[in-house]
Design a protein around this ligand. Structure first.
Ligand code: NDP
Length: 450
């Protein structure tokens, strides 16, 4: 007969790990969570939260400019990077404390330190061994740098949030979520930004119209975007860095930011001690119940590299907790996950892209609208908004909804509920709009463009 110190030992106190631990404890399990860094993981410490706070900061730049058309006159505006970083850090410290409180209130033991799996039921932290009936790996991921001469002179999103000063000039490599979000923040705060993307598209996993539209909008706001281009090498001279691009140009820059993807955190975890299998890119392989090839070991969140989003990790964590300690057999659905990119302007996407819909369905109808928001009739801003809906002609079901424009994430969230319920275009059409809003455009698009 085995004796265990814990029913569940979670490695990693990020979004997924904390949620799974808390729910497991509420279901009556004895739970410990080990964390080597601050509580809250990537989302709280080097991702969603600091990014969104800094995105708000960057938006003021255009808010001040927009205000003039409404009769406001302002004195000279000044931005202080140190104040923003200090206030952001204070908020993050507060959230770290809240995470500790949540775990403590749920009677989860927090063990500070790096955890290593010793065998299928044993984890070591700071030299002490803990026996657990189940082990949950929720260690997240980390940003990667491309291999090129001088790449050590660049930074990743991890360092971005702690830069000692706002760079005057920055080169951002990448065309994914992080690249466009951080390029927008830097640009909004007054930095001269060049975004360098290896392909001819940004946000490549999304509907192609979104990336094309966002490129045009970001360029209008002053971001230089070089497509089909890569950084070949970086050299330093004093504080300044010289970037050589694949198109032959050289740029002087104060900051080179790599936003070229992330990798699962599996190093030093001792996976080999228990024989846990990983895929080629290091992601832990799990089945539909998040069980690894070792029966007692589970994994969720960015470390399994399915959908690297906080709300997905939360959902996966709750499923593991319920399945282990509530006799649940719930499965995770990855359908209709709405997501937003906090670029300027924002992007939001839900369901299928047009390309995917055409692959999967015989006939689809595309509804599209591009317009200037009411606010900008007076603000003088040339910002435009894009809304797109994809409908299955045979069933009238809405397959995808996509948007570029202010508060796109706020708008798409409600529609995600409707899509989850299998909304049809006729039902969308029967919905009375809220006037005057941008969101009402989604319920008034009557004529298919294709
Ligand atoms: P992404 O995978 O979204 O984007 C990586 C980008 O880097 C792509 O444009 C890719 O080009 C490019 N790239 C990859 N390798 C190289 C290379 N060797 N040289 C040059 N360019 C390269 O990764 P991110 O790091 O932006 O974000 C990781 C994940 O984190 C996201 O996918 C998302 O799930 C999550 N996230 C979510 C956010 C949100 O919800 N708002 C915010 C931030 C992150 P190509 O397009 O050609 O492949």
């Amino acid at each position: 007969m085995h004796t265990y110190d814990y029913d569940l030992f979670t490695i990693g106190a990020g979004s997924g790990g904390v949620r799974a631990s808390r729910f497991a404890a509420q279901y009556g399990a004895r739970v410990a969570v080990a964390e080597a860094g601050p509580l809250g993981g990537t989302c709280v410490n080097a991702g969603c939260i600091p990014k969104k706070l800094m995105s708000y900061a960057a938006h003021y730049h255009e808010d001040f400019a927009d205000a003039a058309g409404f009769g406001w006159s302002m004195g000279e505006q000044q931005f202080d990077w140190a104040t923003l970083i200090a206030n952001k850090d204070k908020e993050i410290a507060r959230l770290n404390g809240i995470y500790a409180q949540i775990l403590t209130n749920a009677k989860v033991d927090i063990i500070a330190g790096h955890a290593q799996i010793i065998d299928a039921h044993t984890v070591a932290v700071n030299g002490k061994h803990y026996r657990a009936r189940h082990i949950l790996i929720a260690t997240g991921g980390h940003p990667i740098r491309p291999e090129l001469p001088g790449s050590e002179l660049g930074i990743t999103s991890d360092e971005f949030f702690h830069l000692p000063a706002l760079p005057r000039r920055a080169v951002v490599q990448g065309g994914g979520y992080i690249a466009v979000e951080l390029a927008s923040i830097l640009n909004g705060l007054g930095c001269q930004v060049t975004l360098v993307q290896r392909g001819n598209q940004i946000l490549r996993s999304m509907d192609a119209d979104l990336g094309h539209f966002l490129i045009a909008e970001m360029r209008k706001k002053g971001v230089e975007i070089a497509l089909d281009t890569k950084i070949d090498s970086i050299t330093a001279s004093g504080e300044s860095k010289h970037v050589t691009l694949s198109d032959g140009r050289t740029l002087d820059s104060d900051c080179i930011l790599f936003a070229t993807g992330r990798k699962p955190n599996v190093r030093g975890l001792g996976l080999e001690n228990a024989g846990v299998l990983v895929s080629e890119n290091g992601a832990i392989i799990v089945d539909e119940h998040f069980t690894t090839n070792v029966d007692s070991i589970y994994a969720i969140g960015d470390v399994i590299d399915r959908v690297a989003l906080t709300p997905v990790a939360l959902a996966e964590g709750m499923i593991v907790a319920a399945n282990l300690f509530q006799h649940g057999r719930k499965l995770m659905s990855y359908e209709n996950i709405a997501t937003a990119v906090f670029s300027h302007p924002n992007v939001a996407t839900l369901g299928m892209t047009e390309a995917r819909a055409r692959e999967k369905h015989e006939h689809v109808k595309i509804f599209k609208s591009e317009f200037k928001a009411l606010k900008h009739t007076l603000s003088g801003s040339t910002e435009r908004c894009l809304m797109k809906m994809i409908v299955d002609t045979n069933t009238d079901r809405v397959l995808g909804m996509h948007m570029v424009g202010a508060d796109a994430g706020e708008i798409i969230q409600g529609f995600a509920v409707a899509m989850q319920c299998g909304v049809t275009k006729a039902q969308v059409d029967a919905t009375i709009g809220v006037h005057p809003t941008m969101a009402e455009e989604f319920v008034t698009m009557r004529t298919a463009v294709v």
